[in-house]
Write a new protein. Structure first.
Length: 91
């Protein structure tokens, strides 16, 4: 599991993210720098996104086209993820 990049951020994150990157869901590979959020940009609608939070919990979330899921994420899992066009906002 990736280390929590938000540990020293306090209770409130402000400012811009430093980059956005497309995400290929994987059951074994973390997002390289930890993500502050993920967004779904596909034209076909949303679906489920299965994430591992920076706290180490796996969560399944039904996400819609254009929606942003604002949570610290270390991994987007392939198993169970049906959404496509996933982008990570990096801290």
């Amino acid at each position: 599991m990736a280390s929590n990049p938000f540990t020293s951020a306090g209770g409130n994150l402000t400012g811009l993210t430093r980059d956005i990157v497309p995400v290929t869901p994987s059951d074994s590979v973390d997002i390289s720098a930890g993500a502050i959020a993920v967004a779904i940009t596909c034209k076909l609608g949303g679906g489920n996104v299965v994430i591992t939070t920076v706290e180490g919990f796996d969560r399944t979330y039904p996400i819609s086209l254009g929606e942003v899921l604002p949570v610290g994420i270390s991994r987007v899992k392939a198993t169970g993820t049906t959404a496509t066009g996933i982008w990570a906002f990096l801290v």
